[in-house]
Each structure stands twice: as C-alpha cells, then as structure tokens.
Design a protein around this ligand. Structure first.
Ligand code: LMR
Length: 333
C-alpha cells in the first residue's frame, strides 16, 4: 500500500472517530398519553432542558400516544434497554411486583395535591422509588396528572348508577377492587384501546383525569362525565438503571437538574391542564358534565373506602397508615 493511501485511510479513521465523539447520547422517552397532556408536555419540556443543559450532548426523543409501546410492553422495553426513560402511572408498578405503589390507587385516600405531595416528597416517596432498583430501574421523580372522574353513557350521580356496568381500568388489583365495590365489572385494558372499546360498547364506561378523557377524545363516545374526584392518577419518571449509571457523571448531573426543573413544571401545569380540558369537554357539547353534590361524593366515598382495608394484605398496612396519618378523614370530604 502506498504511503498516500495509508494517510488517506488514517484521515478517514480520525474523522469518523471525531464524528462519533460528537454523536449525542440518545434517550428514548416513551409514553402512552397525548402530547398535549400534563405528562406529554412535561416530557417535551425535559427533552428541551436536557438538550440545553448538556450543551447538546444528550438528545431526548419523545414518543407519545403509545407510538413505541403500549402499557405493558413499555416496562419490559425499559428493563431490556430498548427505551431509556418512561413515566408510567404509579398503578403500573403493581404488575411489576412492587405492590406498595398501588397505595396511590386507593380511592379517596388523597384529598388534594398537597396531601399527595407530602407523600411523594417525603420518606415514603423515596422508599418506594428505591424498591425499583432490584428491577433494574432507577426512579427519578413524581409527576402529577390529577383526580379521576367516572364516565358512562347514562348519568352518574350516585354509586348505584354504575352498578352492573363494565368499566375499563388500568392493570391494578386495587382499581379492580374499587370497581367491584361499586357493584360494577372491572375490565383491564391498555390505554390505547380505551377509545375503541367505548365506541364499540366493549365497555360501558371508564375513569381517568379529564386531561386524558379529553385528549383521547373519549368525550366523543361517552355521554356523561361525573366529577367524582374519587382517586388520584400520577406518574413516576423512571430510567433503565444500567444506562443511567453508565452515563458520564457530569452529563448525569446535568440531566438530574433538567429533571428537577421539568418536575416543577409538570406539577405546576397538571391542574391547569385538567381544568382546561374540562372546559373543552363542556364546550364540545358532546358529554354532559355533572358536578356531584357533597352528599353524592360522600356516598361514593362511603362505598369505596372499605377497599383500603381489603387491600391491606396486598399493599401493606403500614404504608397505607403512613399515608392516612397525613390527615385522612373517613367520614367527611
Ligand atoms: C391509563 O392507563 O388510564 C393511564 O395510566 C394512562 C396514563 O399514562 O395517564
């Protein structure tokens, strides 16, 4: 081989090495909800911040609306390293074997975002995230969505109005029990399938915060929505632990800062987004929105609170009690 050929070859190698060195680290962030929801917006916010704060060393690609994976698959994909970041609802950690997370699914346990924050920002919140480590998952933050409403094609004022109905819930033993406590039939189903199931009558109704109800267009296929606020829906932002630990320390630090800012943003917009979705549902004129009276909401509470005790064996009595100590009142709102 001539010297000139050798030199050209060497140049190419150096150039390709330099090009590789500049390739950003890609983080695939998959989620199941629409982009214009609290979670969708916060994911985009994090993508922007991560790019800025690492000086372009990291590129976060956000895949909304189950475009990469559906509910169950996304957790497996994270554990395998096919995606690096998710923000599943807290309910999704029960099927993973970390049943304590189902405490967040207990009906009427949290009276407000403030109550919730005391748990997620406190020692219980930290302990729960630590339980994900043996599963190869690092928990980074909690993001809010909001409080859930029930919907159906017939009016919902009292618990008896849901009796006998097939209601879609996410995969959670606590949520299944909650539906049974109403005399209704729980139907576990992936989020991406709910619209069609409602449209075709495979299920009669469902529950979710209004931001999910509206952005999945459920208002097109449900005639009634009752603002029962009977339970909370929120998320944990999680990463593949091996990937995260393998990042250069400076980059990881910058990403942690980006996550802190994004979490503040997420928890600031959650209520506003849900309020705006409620207005949009009302404006659509397709679903009749009902605000239950205090007595009606209390009737729901009375019927659903026994689920707490029923689920003690599964979730853990201590953890339920530690949440209740924040100020749970069984008989009032
Ligand atoms: C659901 O399945 O209803 C929710 O968990 C979807 C979500 O991520 O908000």
């Amino acid at each position: 081989m001539k010297i000139s050929q050798l030199l050209i070859g060497l140049c190419f190698s150096v150039l390709s090495l330099a090009a590789n060195a500049q390739q950003p680290i890609v983080i695939k962030f998959s989620h199941v909800v629409a982009a214009d929801t609290p979670k969708g917006k916060a994911a985009e916010y994090f993508a922007k911040k991560a790019g800025e704060m690492t000086g372009g060393k990291v590129k976060v690609e956000v895949y909304a609306n189950s475009t990469l994976y559906k509910d169950k698959e996304e957790m497996e994909a994270l554990q395998l390293g096919a995606v690096q970041m998710l923000a599943p609802s807290l309910a999704k950690f029960g099927p993973l074997g970390v049943k304590e997370f189902e405490v967040f699914d207990l009906p009427f346990l949290f009276a407000s975002y403030d109550d919730l924050r005391k748990v997620t920002n406190g020692p219980v919140g930290k302990q729960l995230l630590a339980k994900l480590e043996p599963k190869g998952i690092r928990g980074l933050a909690y993001w809010d969505n909001g409080f859930k409403s029930f919907s159906a094609n017939t009016p919902i004022k009292m618990p008896a109005d849901l009796k006998g109905k097939k209601l879609r819930v996410q995969s959670s033993k606590v949520l299944e029990e909650q539906i049974r406590a109403l005399g209704a039939i729980p139907q576990v189903m992936a989020f991406s399938e709910v619209y069609q199931a409602l449209q075709t009558g495979v299920v009669d109704g469902t529950e979710n915060p209004i931001s999910n109800f509206y952005t999945q267009k459920m208002h097109e296929v449900q005639k009634h929505l009752s603002l029962t606020d009977h339970g909370y829906l929120g998320y944990a932002v999680i990463v593949n632990k091996k990937f995260w630990d393998g990042l250069p320390a400076d980059v990881r630090g910058q990403l942690e800062k980006a996550m802190e800012e994004s979490s503040r943003y997420a928890n600031q917009i959650a209520k506003v987004e849900n309020d705006q979705s409620l207005e949009a549902v009302k404006k659509s004129g397709k679903t009749q929105v009902y605000q239950p009276t205090k007595e009606e909401r209390l009737a729901f509470k009375k019927q659903l609170v026994p689920v707490h005790q029923k689920m003690e064996g599964r979730i853990g009595k201590e953890i339920i009690q530690s949440v209740k100590d924040i100020g749970f009142k069984p008989d009032s709102l």
